[in-house]
Design a protein around this ligand. Structure first.
Ligand code: MTE
Ligand code: MO
Length: 191
């Protein structure tokens, strides 16, 4: 089965931006990985591009019920980034240039990539240029556009949508959309 339960397929993305879209100055852009790691690093866009070690087709699933299939993605595996920085923590926490945040359990984070190129081209601005994390098995709110920092923590903390009741992990096959029934009723949408 290719499409997870409760999802329908669209031909292209619906662009979302919960916060004011940020300014991106690529010459100053850094992807910083420095909290709770043995080797703090701050990568420029060029460095990230030179580190690309994944290319393949993946599917994209928004928790509101739409999916886009067979997207050709290129990026740096978080496995590789972890080998470089040597993190300590049970959760990966992402921070974007617009202030958007999200959290991913460490074992799920290790299955993902820092997405840099989509369908043969760099991400467009609307798609989150220069980079966004991507996890095929998690809902797309975990894919923070315009990401600029990755931190590690032992303690769970909410990111932007998790604060409104969306799930700590968000596995698409287990339909982990909301933390619990109360969160489902109180949910803030659209997202
Ligand atoms: N910075 C930022 N990243 C974000 C969001 C957002 O509002 N701001 N929305 C999330 C949600 S809910 C989804 S479904 C996808 C949408 O990606 P798209 O705009 O490329 O379709 O981005 C995710 N990443
Ligand atoms: Mo979404």
């Amino acid at each position: 089965m290719q499409v997870p339960p409760g999802q329908h397929v669209l031909k292209s993305f619906i662009f979302y931006s919960a916060l004011k879209p940020p300014e991106v100055d690529i010459s100053r852009y850094r992807f910083k990985v420095a909290v709770n790691v043995e080797n703090p690093r701050s990568f420029s866009y060029e460095e990230l591009i030179s580190m690309i070690d994944f290319k393949g087709k993946m599917n994209f699933h928004c928790v509101t019920g739409w999916s886009v299939l067979d997207l050709e993605m290129e990026g740096v595996t978080f496995k590789k980034i972890s080998e470089m920085v040597k993190p300590h923590g049970r959760f990966a926490y992402f921070i974007s240039l617009d202030g958007y945040t999200t959290i991913v359990p460490y074992e799920d984070y290790l299955k993902g990539i820092l997405l840099l190129r989509l369908n043969g081209k760099p991400l467009s601005y609307e798609e989150g240029f220069p980079a966004r994390p991507f996890f095929e098995h998690l809902y797309a709110w975990k894919s923070a556009k315009w990401v600029t920092e990755l931190q590690f923590f032992d303690e769970y903390r909410d990111g932007y949508w998790e604060m409104y009741g969306y799930h700590e992990r968000g596995n698409v096959w287990l339909e982990e959309r909301f933390k619990n029934e109360e969160a489902r009723r109180l949910r803030k949408s659209p997202m």
